[in-house]
Design a binder for this molecule. Sequence first.
Ligand SMILES: [Zn+2]
Length: 1011
Amino acid sequence: MTAACLWVIQVFSSSVSTANLIGENHGLDVIFCLIPQYTTKHLHTIKAAINTFAALLCTKTNVCSVVSKGYISGLLRLYEDWYSKDTQHAAIEIRHTLLRCLHKVTHSTAGRQAVISQGGLRLLYHTTQTDLLCKGLESLIDPSVQLMRKCLPKTPLPLTSDLSAYTFPLPGRAHAVPDVATDESREESDDEETEKNQEAPSTDYDDDLETDLNKLCLRPDPDRPKDLLPQYGRLCPEHSHDFTELDLSSEPEESSPSPLSSDEEAVLLNSLSLHSSRMDRRKTNSSNDLSNSSSGSQSQTETSTEGNTPATAQFVAGDFQSHSSILVKEARGEAPSILRGNEQDIEEEGTEEFHHCTMIDSLLKRHGACILHHEPKLYRAAAAKTKSIPGFSILAFPDFWGHLHPPGHEPMAPRKPNIQREKVFEDVQRFLNTHDIINQVVYDLEGSSLQCLSDSLRFFSNFECGNLRKAVQIRRYEYDLILNADTNCSQHAQWFYFEVSNMVADVPYRFNVINCEKSNSQFNYGMQPVLFSVREALEGRPHWVRTGTEICYFRNHFCPAQGRCRTTFYTLTFTITFKHNEDVCYLAYHYPYTYSALKAHLKVLQKSVDPAKCFFRQQILCKSLAGNSCPVVTITASPASRAWKDMLQLRNRPCIVLTARVHPGESNASWVMKGTLEFLCSSDLVAQSLREAFVFKIIPMLNPDGVINGMNRCDLNSEDLNRQWCKPDPVLSPTIYHTKGLLYYLNSIGRTPLVFCDYHGHSRKKNVFLYGCSVKETLWQSGSAVDTVGLKENPGYRTIPKTLDRIAPAFSFNSCNYLVEKSRSATARVVVWREMGVLRSYTMESTYNGCDQGIYKGLQTGTRELQDMGLKFCHSLLSVTKDLKDLYSRRLIDLDYNILDHKSHNFFEDDEPPCVEEIEYSTDCPKLKGTDLDSDINTNIANVDEEEDGGGSEDGHSGAKQWQGSIGKSQQSSMKSCLFPHPIRQAAMEKLSEKRDKCQGVTIVNGQITS
Ligand SMILES: [Zn+2]
């Protein structure tokens, strides 16, 4: 009878007002009294009582009342009693429900504090350790672990300020005005956060789709007057160049003076008082022969040492001061490391005398690898000109030395079962067992000299792209790492790059990056960070390799040092066992690619091309805020002759505009761009055809300052540059302003680009894919009532993705979409499409992790695959013009043989959002639907991803991310997150096949391109 009454109350409690009413009338007290200490009798009634108690805790008022009445202590004692006496495990369900009550009361700050002060953490830890030993108790572990995670006291990051250690005074402002985030929200408890999360209207992703036909179809007025455009004529040097070299022999120019090269010299002289670091071009024109970049990793000895000058040699000593111990030892030959593969080459070269034989020179001479398209000394010269906020004077070894693709593939790391649980146990122990806690700062970007324990690791990141702010030794072999926020800003930590040394070999070191901000990461799905070992490099293996075990990414208990209490941080934890004692190693989020690397690479490419065949011109688009030049490269074929007909053909070539690295943390985009650039400069026949057909305008690094200063998302003015395209500020976002200016200019002279593509990296998805723009697909997907039958749309925007799907193993057509979202209206892709009328305007997203389809399935991408993607993107361009169609189809057949039809092309199957994966989060609290701590994490797993193009990285408040994680809803959301529900996709394909668009000569029928 009692049980029946309780069930009735439980049902009534589903209404907030009724639950509150019952609470006000002492219902909670009455029901709590019905929950006895351990007994074997009346279990049915007891269960009902606890369940009812839990049900009443669905409201904030009732939770507060329970906490203030001190019931938490009672709940904990009950739990302890049932735990210790229920030795037969007959009442697991009761223990489970007690945990559920505890979960609910700890939604409030006071509740969590009460659990801590009543010894709840220790109790839970202790009970869980016992539960682990008994198979039948498995179901109690995860709720307990989650409860512990939730109750760990919020701990401010050990920083004096959340603001970046780097500030930069913005033009027009007396001082840097960072986004000071000491806002009022400090007062708010995160109860609000929880409630807000639960009650937020589940904003539909479709709400973000642009359904205003005017906005979709009308071209906005230009953002600037026409008379500002002629200045960009200088960026079309192929129009003004006289090609006199065609009349001469194929002798390369002594120093093809680009209009601004003198200006670069000036920068160099002013900044570093070097006398000259200009490469001696007379001696270095020997390597004009470039093989296909995709295959060219080894091979080719370069004879680049002649370029050395006294000034650059002097610069060396400072470059490596932090590595001098290992390097000096090596130079003296004390260590037995011998570079086998290259020994002979070096011996042969060794007869030439070095006038400036420094330590580095001799090391390079002895151990330097022959890396195609990389010259350490060119790198050093480029780095000398790079302007960083802290004024870096040291080069990171891997950037200087160069990286060779590692041999073989690197499979994704299997996720260790229950890894998150294990790591949480270790973190809880920090509070319970402090005897082995060291808690000593061993590196501080801002701090002066630190007293390091002699056996602790040493950290360093004061070099280009480095961004470690602080390292704290927690236990003997465990370190907490804090990343520097983006300059002038207190947010966006995710990317990392730092040096670590003084290690002991064969000992597992645990690293915790504790201030990550994204709510989920591919580190939960098999991705590993990358490591470069100087020792290995000196032994002939200069590779960035994927490394690390026990990798896991989860929400932690840290909060900002000051203010913004609601900011949530995530821990990336991984364990590294170093191979060598006393090595110097570098760890990074992804293969680093510095601004200096780009500059050096462009120089190497410039030297490599045969001017009779390839017109290659590097110019400066503009200066960045910090005064670094933003390069723009023009690549096309030199005309066959200076005859009028050939020159006219050159002038009529359509343009293709490619950009990359607007987001500095997306170094994968730079590797893809590297592949594109090398391919376009190569002697490959397809590359030659492409050069003859198109003029390429490439801006390989839209955000130099962000890259240089180790930022993740923004530019120095703490803005996401890929949100500035609508009205870019000429002073604050110069690279975007002028890129857009160049596009306007091309538009104004009737040379609107045939293709525009902005290369990005994607942190939460696998594969490589494109985002494009389509009015019809946007309207269909949004369920808009607009009649699309009369709307004409050229389906040519699908040609490139379809082609890539066939030829590029890493590419996934299924992950592409062509939707125009309101939240992305200021991105490059949407603005170039809408304002310039570029039909094929794309964002290309490359995974940081690897592929879940095709021949690379289960493998992490390496630089080889990324570069190959850049090459394949070029191949796909063959499909967009009639002239190249024949070549394309011939070529495609060849390629098909090569890749053995790597995909089944059944793109209606397997239509899952790639990020929906089972990880431990989703099973953490099986009985605690939706309201538990990790609902936000579950939500993000199920969601359509964000962001890189769109990038609403700001705590992910884009509409798409609001779906909540209750079980019912997450199923719903995974339906929605599937951007192409089958009926719509099929309809889309049918409509597309109906309209055989003749103007472009491209038709898609049943997923095949025909002409
Ligand atoms: Zn991006």
